[in-house]
Design a protein around this ligand. Sequence first.
Ligand SMILES: [Zn+2]
Length: 127
Amino acid sequence: MNNSGLCFCGSTISFQDCCQKYIAGTEKAPTALALMKSRYSAYATHQADYLLNTTHNSQRKYYSREEILQWATANQWQKLEIISATEYTVEFKAYFLDGNKQSQIHHEFSTFKKENGNWFYVDGKFE
Ligand SMILES: [Zn+2]
């Protein structure tokens, strides 16, 4: 839980009622946007397994659990801003402090795919 008690993804409800239920696996993310937000919250809470498991299996070989965990824990995740979203895409900015406490923005245009009722992150274009 962050200081405000609200979910990391910027919603107006608690983490428990928001992204945590997707991360814990008690519910499936209903949309690409919900999945994307839960992945951001998973970075904020260092849930590398969830991040790997929600990456489409065609892309999973490009990631390692250790690298994801390293990236998640090295940075301090501050906020998520959704720029735009369609059924299969989300453009967002993730604000974070890097290991040197410098403000950084990760601006990405992500693509998602739904298979057997589950949404997966496929890939992203970023600066
Ligand atoms: Zn959330």
